[in-house]
Write a protein that binds this ligand. Structure first.
Ligand code: F6P
Length: 550
């Protein structure tokens, strides 16, 4: 199964530590000046997608040593274990097979004696039939009207992926249907979505792997009550509520007809689930054929990941770079900067994917790790981010590697917007790499006619250290297929990082404590019980109860 060994004990780690002392003083500006081939040397391709690693603080030796680390951690065996369904999610004793959801081959994927592709394809057929009925108008609401609005109720993995994909592929959105999302248990989320809807033409998708997530069940009941206020008859629920879940029993208890439950399986992690029935809102918004294109893009990346040598394997290289910066440069954050408005929710999606997966400090031996793991993921669409947090990336005190992501062609080619957008992309990565020296800053000010005293005062503030690493990811155009491959790339990067860090990437025990405590406090609030917590928590609860409006 997965090798259970601290990366810090490997020979490669030791070599990387030594190598780091040689690379850290090098400036990217000089590395580019010395080697006109640097771009070619560090450019990698997945089909038409370019992944340019040349603006990273690496040499050819760095990549060799990092690949050596991956080999010592037995990454190729780990990749194979995932694809063939070994229970690599050991703390939950589960296989990790989201790749089976986008496997269009004839080869079987066996789990406990069954070819799971049979069930996967049954559910895909069910989704396809449902979409056909919905889009043709054959599926009718309780008053005989066609469904015009689909509302997905879910949170975390049952929300972020579908919402991000619907936003990213808005250009492909069908005109006959609108898809909205309710996720937050703050009643304002449901109130604002429901306010605009007509129960006769609205269908709710209750998306919850477990069907026990408090936020989702609460929102689902709110939607049910809202619907019944008008529909007035529980038998109408059948035509207006469907469920996506591994828990058929709970979904049925909610009142959802068995034929309207779209199942998936415990071998699909929540944050890896947009390819499963959890992707139904995507198929509703775009049509099933576009959803399938998304899956096919992911499948192509799966093949690349499984079959390409580590040295050219894009998700592997990205993961190794993350380890390079986190473990040797001490970076604690990583920015995701899509220069594409449609990808504006990508940073949020990747926050869950990477941080819920690899935000761990216990290794696979149950011991505290002695090295850093997942950096903080954050970001926003460019150029907006340039006018808020880029200052810190350029001149702050932390090293923040960044992924710049863009399509060569806009989905909305209006005037000169695209060249303007991309000139910012290119200029930012260049500026982050090059920086500006004191001499350059002084010369600029001199040219502007400032006095020597003024120059001495101002120039230090205009110095940019540069040497800030960026990875540029470019593709011809944002399509369902390209998006599928991009997302699968990040999924595999997530997995590889977990292998390198010797942690379990597919559980999330860390979110449990908060959930348990919220349950206890909820009871205290509802039953007006005496709170028995620390003085701060008691004080906050007292503030809340004493300020409740009558
Ligand atoms: O945040 C914890 C978590 O368990 C996520 O991993 C998951 O995506 C989310 O809650 C929602 O869970 P469910 O789909 O079971 O409602």
């Amino acid at each position: 199964m997965l090798k259970n060994y601290s990366p810090a004990q490997t020979k490669s780690w030791e070599k990387l530590q030594l190598h780091f002392t040689e690379v850290a003083p090098l400036h990217l500006r000089d590395l580019f000046a010395q080697d006109p081939e640097r771009f070619q040397k560090f450019s990698f391709y997945f089909e038409d997608t370019l992944v340019d690693l040349s603006k990273n603080r690496i040499t050819e030796e760095t990549l060799q040593l990092l690949v050596g680390l991956a080999e010592e951690m037995e990454l190729p065996a780990a990749i194979e274990s995932m694809f063939i369904g070994k229970p690599i999610n050991a703390t939950e004793n589960r296989a990790v097979l989201h790749t089976a959801l986008r496997n269009f081959t004839d080869k079987e994927v066996m789990l406990e004696g069954e070819n799971i592709l049979d069930e996967v394809r049954d559910v895909q057929q069910q989704m396809k039939n449902f979409c056909n009925q919905l889009h043709s108008g054959e599926w009718k609401g309780y008053t005989g009207k066609r469904i015009e609005h689909v509302v997905n109720i879910g949170i975390g993995g049952s929300h972020l992926g579908p919402q991000m994909v619907c936003e990213a592929l808005k250009k492909y959105q069908l005109e006959s249907i609108e898809v909205s999302f309710i996720s937050n248990v703050d009643g304002s989320d449901a109130a604002e979505v429901l306010r605009k809807l007509n129960p006769e033409t609205t269908l709710f998708i209750i998306a919850s792997k477990t069907f026990t997530t408090k936020e989702t069940i609460t929102n689902a009941h709110t939607a049910r009550t809202w619907f019944l206020q008008t529909a007035n008859d529980e038998s109408h629920i059948q035509k207006h509520f469907v469920a996506l879940s591994t828990n058929k029993t709970e979904a049925a208890k909610f009142g959802i007809a068995p034929e309207n439950i779209f199942r998936f399986w415990d071998w699909v992690g929540g944050r890896f689930s947009l390819w499963s029935a959890i992707g139904l809102p995507i198929a509703c918004a775009l049509g099933y054929d576009k959803f399938e294109e998304l899956l096919r893009g992911a499948e192509a990346m799966d093949k690349h990941f499984r079959d390409t040598p580590l040295q050219q394997n894009v998700p592997v290289l990205l993961a190794l770079l993350s380890s390079w910066y986190t473990n040797f440069f001490g970076a604690q954050a990583h920015a995701i900067l899509p220069y594409n408005q449609y990808l504006r929710l990508l940073p949020e999606f990747l926050q869950q994917l990477l941080m819920e997966s690899n935000g761990k400090s216990t290794d696979r031996n149950g011991k505290a790790v002695t090295y850093s793991t997942q950096p903080v993921i954050w970001g926003a669409a460019g150029t907006n981010g340039q006018h808020s947090f880029f200052q810190l990336i350029h001149q702050g005190t932390s090293l923040i590697p960044a992924d710049f992501i863009a399509a060569a062609n806009s989905n909305n080619p209006i005037g000169q917007h695209q060249p303007l957008l991309l000139s910012n992309f290119f200029a930012q990565t260049e500026a982050l790499m090059k920086g500006k020296t004191l001499e350059e800053a002084e010369a600029e000010l001199r040219k502007k006619g400032l006095s020597e005293t003024e120059i001495a005062q101002l120039a230090p503030h205009k110095v940019f250290e540069g040497n800030k690493p960026t990875t540029s990811i470019m593709f011809p155009k944002l399509t369902p297929y390209v998006l599928g491959s991009l997302l699968a790339m990040y999924e595999h990067q997530t997995f590889v990082q977990g292998v390198i860090w010797n942690i379990y990437s597919f559980d999330q025990w860390g979110v449990e404590l908060g959930k348990e405590l919220a349950g206890t406090i909820e009871k205290e609030l509802l039953e007006a019980k005496q709170a028995t917590h620390d003085s701060s928590t008691n004080g906050l609860i007292a503030y809340y109860t004493s300020h409740l409006a009558d």
